[in-house]
Design a protein around this ligand. Structure first.
Ligand code: AMP
Length: 222
């Protein structure tokens, strides 16, 4: 039996839970989780040329140029781990990026199968992001009030000291939300027009949201 690759985009504003849910979807469907934010933070941590170019923009809540992110994405998409499909988290963020992804996938005889739009009320997003604490070592994510670590400031999974991402400070979060509305929200219409957009209410605990996402994907996978 030949299994077709599955390519799933998680779309939604910053703080909607794309990262948490993309990891789960990737594990459940054996997909490669591609988070362009994580890839960029890696480049920044390693001090590469790309990282140096991206750092200032990321810290201000602006987008990194399409061309730089596109190259990074293409490399991942052509890797062996991407052969069964991918869960895209934080990509595409502009219409130009969506067009690039279409082109890259069509070279592989694939296409975007489904776009899951995680819809979370605006008022919740700010609280989610400013309370978020991340593990710089293993990538685990916590929240000061809704999902605190067992020991304050320490990662449950690996024991490293938790940090607040530079771009999770309130002024930067507001800019990220503005950028989302201006550049990324138009993608909802782009994919709705293709009839592959599924809306999932994201204002619930991760297990409940995950079940809703699986339900929304049901007919796609079959
Ligand atoms: P995220 O972890 O997805 O919230 O991304 C963090 C930051 O990385 C964003 O605010 C952007 O500065 C940058 N970034 C991540 N993905 C992209 C993308 N697809 N296009 C442009 N910039 C991106």
């Amino acid at each position: 039996m030949v299994t077709r690759a599955l390519d799933v985009i998680l779309l939604g504003p910053p703080g909607a839970g794309k990262g948490t849910q993309a990891k789960r979807i990737a594990a459940a469907f054996e997909l490669l989780h591609i988070s362009t934010g994580d890839l960029l933070r890696d480049e920044v941590a390693k001090g590469t040329n790309l990282g140096q170019e991206a750092k200032g923009r990321m810290n201000r809540g602006e987008l990194v140029p399409d061309e730089l992110v596109g190259k990074m994405l293409a490399k991942r998409l052509h890797s062996q781990q991407a052969a069964l499909g991918c869960a895209y988290d934080g990509y595409p963020r502009t219409t130009a990026q969506a067009v690039l992804l279409d082109g890259l996938l069509s070279e592989l005889n694939r296409r975007v199968d489904v776009v899951l739009f995680l819809n979370v009320p605006d008022g919740e997003l700010l609280a989610r992001l400013t309370g978020r604490r991340s593990c710089p070592s293993c990538g685990a994510v916590f929240h000061l009030t809704t999902q605190p670590p067992k020991a304050e400031g320490v990662c449950d999974a690996c024991g490293a000291a938790l940090v607040q991402r530079d771009d999770d400070r309130e002024d930067v979060v507001r800019e990220r939300l503005r950028v989302y509305r201006e550049h990324t929200a138009p993608l909802l219409e782009f994919y709705r027009g293709r009839r592959i957009l599924r809306e999932v209410a994201g204002g619930a605990v991760p297990d409940v949201v995950f079940q809703r996402m699986r339900d929304a994907m049901g007919s796609v996978k079959a």
